[in-house]
Design a protein around this ligand. Structure first.
Ligand code: NAP
Length: 279
């Protein structure tokens, strides 16, 4: 039986088992995806033992993404620049790591905002943490001309510019409402608006009606930002699709079959997040 898992500390919140075990059943693969609490003190040993373990690989979540990067070979150019991994897999006894957040973000946008053009356009990204970094890198790979990054801690936006070059334009957090003119895409990649976190305050009056607005926060499924943007007529894309699409590559690497993100899977996970969700 093939196995994979997600490791973190704590780990009880992860919805990855729901996603991967659904795909395993659907594909008729005799396998299992587990949720494993791994303390920071045990991380190095857990990863070192992976090639000899029952697992084909694992997902890595908070707080292990940075340390795990140092323990594996980056599998692609974008991952090398990000300094974090969320997916680890074994090949011939060797451990490789990759970050799938960027491709999950792009796949979700393409699936839900087909009219959106990314090439030679401007995006505004709120946030400069791990997810914002992966998203900025993926958008640049898609040919985005300019990404304005507004983050509470300005130096983190500057670090993003150092990493990806002059197409990244750091903007002060206080100016986040002023930089929205001309942008084709607005992304919330901060934790603001998430259940239990502070709300995101932003004035959308300068945002073009044609802009797509996406929030990578997916609890709640429709954040106040998305509700506000939809009310003024902007196309919106929520963050649950990113979570589903970023899981595709891990499943393929561990279990050898590329799974699909379908409405049935979306509804399954949406109901787990919000029991009152109705498709
Ligand atoms: P992270 O590295 O900890 O970054 C958090 C970001 O939020 C930073 O930019 C931080 O700004 C900002 N922030 C936090 N509190 C703030 C506040 N009170 N005011 C202004 N900004 C604040 O986390 P991450 O991994 O990038 O994740 C960010 C969010 O995305 C989380 O809610 C996470 O659950 C979600 N996420 C979703 C997916 C998905 O698949 N949909 C994938 C990854 C992450 P500073 O730099 O100033 O601290």
């Amino acid at each position: 039986m093939k196995k994979a898992c997600v490791i973190g500390w704590p780990i009880s919140h992860s919805r990855s088992p729901l996603i991967h075990n659904y795909w395993l059943r659907l594909c008729g693969i005799a396998g299992e995806y587990l949720r494993l609490p791994v303390e920071p003190a045990n991380l190095d040993q857990f990863i070192a033992n992976l090639p000899r373990s029952e697992f084909a690989g694992c997902n890595v979540t908070i707080p292990h993404k940075e340390r795990a990067f140092e323990l594996v070979t980056p599998a692609d150019e974008l991952t090398k620049r990000l300094d974090v991994v969320n997916t680890i897999y074994c090949r011939d006894g060797k451990l490789f790591g990759t970050s799938t957040d960027g491709e999950g973000f792009i796949a979700n946008l393409l699936a839900n905002a087909a009219q959106l053009k990314l090439q030679n356009e401007k995006a505004v990204v709120l946030g400069a943490g791990g997810a914002a970094m992966a998203i900025a890198g993926a958008l640049l790979d898609q040919g985005m001309a300019e990404i304005v990054v507004a983050n509470r801690t300005f130096s983190r936006s500057q670090q993003l510019q150092e990493k990806f070059g002059s197409a990244i334009k750091p903007a002060p957090w206080e100016n986040r409402s002023d930089v929205l003119a001309d942008c084709a895409l607005l992304v919330n990649a901060t934790a603001l608006g998430m259940k239990g976190q502070l709300p995101l305050h932003i004035n959308l009056s300068r945002l073009p009606a044609s802009s797509v607005v996406t929030d990578i926060v997916y609890t709640p499924l429709q954040t106040p930002l998305l509700i506000n943007a939809a009310e003024r007529g902007n196309r919106t894309v929520n963050g649950l699709g990113m979570l589903l699409h970023q899981a595709v590559r891990g499943f393929e690497l561990w279990f050898g079959k590329r799974p699909e993100v379908t409405p049935t899977l979306y509804n399954l996970v949406a109901r787990d997040i919000d029991p009152e969700y109705a498709a």
